[in-house]
Design a protein around this ligand. Sequence first.
Ligand code: NAD
Length: 258
Amino acid sequence: MKRFKDKVAIITGASTGLGPVMARMMAAEGAKLVLAARRLELVEDVAADIGDDAVAIRADVTDEGDVETMVDAAMSRWGQVDVMMNNAAVPGTDKYIWEQTVDNFLDTYKVDCMAAMLCSREVLNRSMLERRAGSIVNFSSSAGWDGMVRKSHYSAAKGALRILTKTIAREVGEYGIRCNCVVPGAIGTDLMLNYMKRVADEQGRTVEEIEAGIVAPLPLKTFSTPEDVARMALFLASDEARTITGQSINVDAGLVMS
Ligand code: NAD
């Protein structure tokens, strides 16, 4: 199946975890890609692995100039943008609300919510609105439904991202453009491993014990793989989802049932 033949996609945070997995899967289905990350050498490796259909670019998604340069790269190389994957995120620093700082809260919000606004605005203005086509996919977290202890910064940003998704969807629908949100629970990536290591160290327990505690309440008793989450993101990005917009879809082994 070549769902992305003749389509151009930008993936942010494409250097580690889910980003490179989505990049390889989209390339296999015919996509031309701009892969963006702050660490150019990492994202260059991913692009080199894919070949001529991928370009790597250094971009901090919270920086307006960098985001413009990122979209310029897609426009000058391929002349259009069909898919915007707003995947980049940071976990911030774990803090109880009574320890929370403005810097930690806002620094997390900028990457985990505001950047999706910036990247969406730019691809809409440069390509999607004029072509009356496109699909934007945001990446929230189950923490953004029910909150997560010591993660007010992350939970609030990821919750706001779902409302941003709905608002974009309402505004751009009449132009034939869609916007949806994937809401992962625990994915077995470095982000999750580092979190479990941190909690294990703090509590004097093993990573396996922490993992067992996370998995126990899940109906399906498993983490998602990056591929599990990528499959949903690619579906939402593709024309297969042509009448789906404004939705937040959980990929979380049954953690949240709304
Ligand atoms: P990850 O940390 O491996 O990937 C995120 C990428 O974003 C990293 O490469 C990071 O360098 C990049 N990034 C951070 N700040 C940036 C900035 N300012 N500009 C450009 N790039 C920046 O995480 P992942 O596990 O691959 O997560 C992918 C998405 O899924 C994220 O949105 C994350 O919040 C979400 N998610 C992940 C989990 C999980 O368990 N891993 C759970 C729920 C939601």
